[in-house]
Design a binder for this molecule. Structure first.
Ligand code: FES
Length: 173
């Protein structure tokens, strides 16, 4: 009981109230299960879009892992982000089939048009560009994920209309 109270107090070191709620809920849900770290991280990223750095300490203390261990898992998997993403996330497949069918042209055009590299967001915080590795849509290469939705047979010529489409949705709500 005492330990449990201490554990709950650790969550309070998270500066952001919403983060506290999300991290605590993920810990409550998964901490007692074997191999809890990945489900906890997925739960947090699904809710927040990334893993806040102060959450790493809290998670480690709650599940008896060192900060280095938790950080090691977060940085090992490309899926996990350590910074808040933009409102829209474009993920471009960099695996073989997509590269063979022109993914690099699409990537170059996206980087030039957005003025960012992979793992960066546009200066207005609206669009984040990320690499991804085989979406299982190799027959529809080059493949993208846009806000979690697959896009098939992308061409560099269609990058402008994709970005316009995303920017147009910024003011819908
Ligand atoms: S190689 Fe790109 S979806 Fe499989």
């Amino acid at each position: 009981m005492f330990l449990r109270c201490l554990a709950h107090r650790e969550v309070s070191i998270l500066a952001d109230t919403h983060h506290k709620v999300v991290v605590d809920a993920a810990l409550e849900k998964h901490e007692s299960t074997k191999g809890s770290l990945l489900p906890i991280l997925h739960e947090i990223q699904d809710a927040l879009g990334y893993i806040p750095s102060d959450a790493i300490d809290v998670i480690g203390k709650r599940i008896n892992r060192s900060r280095a261990e938790v950080h090691g898992v977060v940085s090992f998997y490309h899926h996990f982000r350590t910074h808040k993403p933009g409102r829209h996330i474009i993920q471009v497949c960099r695996s073989e089939a997509c590269q063979a069918l022109g993914a690099n042209d699409v990537i170059d055009k996206l980087k030039r048009t957005l003025g960012i590299e992979f793992h960066e967001s546009t200066s207005d915080g609206q669009i984040t560009l990320e690499p991804i590795y085989c979406l299982g849509h190799c027959a529809c290469a080059p493949a993208l994920m846009v806000n979690g939705e697959p896009r098939a047979k992308m061409k560099s010529e269609r990058v402008d209309s994709l970005i316009n489409e995303l920017r147009a949705t910024n003011y819908d709500d």
